[in-house]
Design a protein around this ligand. Structure first.
Ligand SMILES: [Zn+2]
Length: 171
């Protein structure tokens, strides 16, 4: 092997190490998020405590958060940033074509609970079609996608529902 080839391999290896440490560095200092926050899914207090942003499912298993007064108050008192995570959080929810009124069902529940609309949206398992992405953007919400998940520490509440945590983490 020539010197040039060796040098090229060395440079490539250095770039890999650098980009991985950059991701590690970014994750260490970026906000921590927790997905699957909703009254129907048990969630560790320590996980909630450690997280800066709560991604709330507004109608998990059809249970609207809008009527959960104590729960809503607890979430608001935490002082954490609250964002929306799907509507019902069913499998491939946002791969199925959804219109504004479907997404709005979740926004209405969110608003009833917290007295404000969400600024941002994260699709369950990050599975989001480009059509649905446009619908969400058109409603004025920021989409949290793969880049967000890569650059932030993301916890999940104890998901004993539709999908186990290990499966969600594959996506
Ligand atoms: Zn989720």
């Amino acid at each position: 092997m020539g010197k040039k080839a060796l040098l090229a391999i060395l440079i490539i290896m250095m770039l890999i190490v650098l980009s991985e440490s950059a991701i590690f560095f970014i994750r260490a200092f970026s906000t921590t998020q927790i997905d699957d926050v909703t009254p129907g899914i048990p969630c560790g207090e320590d996980l909630l405590e450690k997280s800066d942003v709560f991604f709330v499912i507004p109608k998990f298993e059809g249970r609207g958060i809008g009527v959960e007064d104590d729960w809503c108050e607890k979430m608001l008192l935490s002082g954490k940033k609250l964002e929306m995570h799907g509507v019902y959080h069913v499998y491939n929810e946002l791969y199925t074509l959804r219109n504004e009124s479907y997404i709005n069902e979740g926004v209405i529940e969110f608003n009833k609970c917290f007295g404000k609309k969400p600024d941002g949206f994260k699709a369950p398992q990050l599975a989001l079609s480009s059509e649905n992405k446009r619908v969400i953007g058109g409603m004025g919400m920021r989409n949290y996608g793969y880049w967000n998940q890569l650059t932030h520490k993301v916890y999940h509440c104890n998901d004993s529902g539709v999908l186990p945590n290990w499966m969600i983490d594959l996506f």
